[in-house]
Design a protein around this ligand. Structure first.
Ligand code: NIG
Ligand code: FE
Length: 416
C-alpha cells in the first residue's frame, strides 16, 4: 500500500451526479473548511473533514501513510480543459496584430491565412518537431493546473497529416502526466486544393480519414467547424453521422461567429458537446438543453477576438450544462491558462465562482467522457488536485493576471 494523507486544506469540489450539472446544480459545491484527502496508488480513498478522514485511516493498517501538510491552502480538483487545438507547430502573432488593426478572423481565413497557415506549418514540421512544440504548451498548461486535456487535430487536412497530429497527441498522452483525450477534426477548414469542391473534401473526410482514424484507434471523438465560409450544417451533419457510425463521440464548433444553425444541429444529433456558441439563439440553446448537450464555452476566445461572450447565464437558466475550456490555439486564442479562463467566466460572463468551478472540472470531465475518473474529489476517482494560494476558488478571479495555482498533483503525485 502506498498511501498519502493531504491534510490542513480548504477543500472545494463539485460532487458527481448521474449526469452533467445543469441549472442550479451547476452552482453546488461541497466545502470542507478543515479538510483532508487520503489517496492510495493515485486513487482517492477518503476525502472530507480532516477528523472524518483520520477516523477512516484509523480503521486501516496505516503504518506507511505519508502525511502532507497543505498549510491551509485551498484544494480543488485539477482543471479539465475540454477543448484545445494545442497541437500546432508555429505561432501566428502577426495575424493577431492584423486583427488588432481591424481585419476579421474569417477574412484572414478566407485569404488563405489563419487555420491554413497553421496547416502549412504542421506540414513543414517533422513529427518530432511537432511533438516538441506541442509539449512546451501542454506542460505550460499543466503548470496552470490543467491535469486533463482534450486535444484536437485539424491542422493537417489530409489523411497523412491528420494522422501525424493524432500520433503526436497520443505520444504526449504517454509521456506527460496529463490525461489527454484526442479528437479528430479533419473538418477544421477546407484545404486550398478543395476550395472549388468543398463537398469533395467532405467525402474525403468521410470515406478516407474517418475510417483510417477508426482503424488506428487514435481518436475518441470527432469535431467539425460548422461556420459561415467553413462547413455548412449539411456537410457537418454528413461528417458527424459518419463518425457516429464508427463509434466516435461527437462535438461541433457551433455558432462561434454567426448563427448558422450549428447549435440546432448539435441538439438534433444529440452531440456530446457544442463549442463556442457566442451567436447561438435562445431557442437553439433550449433545444440543446432538452437533448442533454454540454455547452463548452470559451471565454478567452471571445476576449482574444474582441467578441461578446457566450451567454452562460442564459444557458444555466435553460439548464444547459456549461463547461469552460481554453480553446488554446495559435490563432483565435493563444491561451493555455485555465485560471485566466476562470477569471473571465466570473468577471465577464456573470458566472458565480461555484458555477465556474463546476465548469472547469466536473462538467468538463463529462464533456471529455472521463467523469467516472476525474473532475471531482471523491472516493474512487483519481487524486488529481491543485493547491491554490488563497482561501477559496474565488482567488482564481480575485488575483488577476497571475496564476494562484501553487502545486499540481496528478494521481496523488506532485507534478508541477
Ligand atoms: O476554436 N474555430 C475554429 N477553430 C479554432 C481556431 C483555430 C485557429 O484559428 O487556428 C477555434 O477558435
Ligand atoms: Fe476550437
Amino acid at each position: 500500500m502506498n498511501g498519502t494523507l493531504f491534510y490542513n486544506a480548504r477543500i472545494y469540489t463539485p460532487l458527481m451526479g448521474r449526469k452533467p450539472a445543469a441549472g442550479a446544480e451547476q452552482g453546488k459545491i461541497a466545502k470542507y473548511e478543515n479538510g483532508a484527502l487520503y489517496a492510495e496508488d493515485g486513487i482517492i480513498k477518503a476525502v472530507g473533514r480532516e477528523e472524518d478522514v483520520r477516523a477512516f485511516l484509523a480503521g486501516l493498517d496505516a503504518a506507511d501513510v505519508e502525511e502532507h501538510d497543505c498549510g491551509g491552502a485551498c484544494m480543488i480538483p485539477g482543471f479539465v480543459d475540454p477543448h484545445t487545438h494545442i497541437c500546432f507547430a508555429a505561432r501566428r502573432e502577426q495575424e493577431f496584430v492584423m486583427r488588432l488593426e481591424g481585419k476579421s478572423y474569417l477574412e484572414i481565413l478566407g485569404a488563405g491565412g489563419g487555420i491554413l497557415s497553421s496547416v502549412n506549418a504542421v506540414k513543414a514540421a517533422t513529427e518530432d518537431e511537432l511533438l516538441d512544440a506541442t509539449r512546451e504548451n501542454v506542460l505550460s498548461a499543466l503548470n496552470f493546473g490543467t491535469t486533463t486535456m482534450e486535444v484536437k487535430s485539424g491542422y493537417g487536412l489530409n489523411t497523412e497529416e491528420e494522422l501525424k497530429m493524432l500520433r503526436v497527441i497520443g505520444r504526449l498522452a504517454d509521456e506527460t502526466p496529463l490525461d489527454i483525450v484526442p479528437t479528430f477534426m479533419g473538418a477544421h477548414a477546407v484545404p486550398p486544393e478543395y476550395k472549388s469542391d468543398p463537398d469533395g473534401y467532405v467525402e474525403l473526410v468521410v470515406n478516407e480519414m474517418l475510417p483510417a482514424v477508426k482503424e488506428q484507434g487514435i481518436a475518441r471523438a470527432c469535431d467539425v467547424f460548422c461556420e459561415t465560409g467553413v462547413f455548412t450544417v449539411e456537410q457537418s451533419r454528413r461528417i458527424l453521422n459518419a463518425a457516429r457510425e464508427l463509434g466516435l463521440a461527437l462535438r461541433i464548433h457551433a455558432d462561434e461567429v454567426d448563427d448558422t444553425g450549428g447549435a440546432a444541429l448539435a441538439a438534433e444529433l444529440g452531440t456530446l458537446s457544442a463549442e463556442h456558441l457566442l451567436a447561438a439563439s435562445p431557442d437553439n440553446l433550449a433545444n440543446m438543453a432538452s437533448a442533454g448537450v454540454i455547452a463548452n464555452v470559451l471565454p478567452a476566445t471571445a476576449y482574444s477576438l474582441r467578441k461578446p461572450y457566450a451567454d452562460a447565464r442564459r444557458m444555466i437558466g435553460l439548464s444547459v450544462p456549461v463547461a469552460l475550456a481554453s480553446d488554446c490555439n495559435p490563432g483565435s486564442c493563444f491561451c493555455e491558462s485555465m485560471p485566466f479562463v476562470f477569471g473571465l467566466a466570473v468577471m465577464n460572463m456573470g458566472m458565480s465562482v461555484n458555477e465556474a468551478l463546476t465548469g472547469c472540472t466536473l462538467n468538463a470531465a463529462w464533456s471529455v467522457g472521463l467523469a467516472e475518473r476525474v473532475g471531482s474529489l471523491e472516493p474512487g476517482k483519481q487524486a488529481d488536485f491543485l493547491l491554490l494560494d488563497g482561501e477559496s476558488p474565488a482567488v482564481l478571479a480575485y488575483h488577476a493576471g497571475v496564476s494562484p495555482v501553487m502545486e499540481v498533483y496528478k494521481k496523488g503525485v506532485y507534478v508541477a
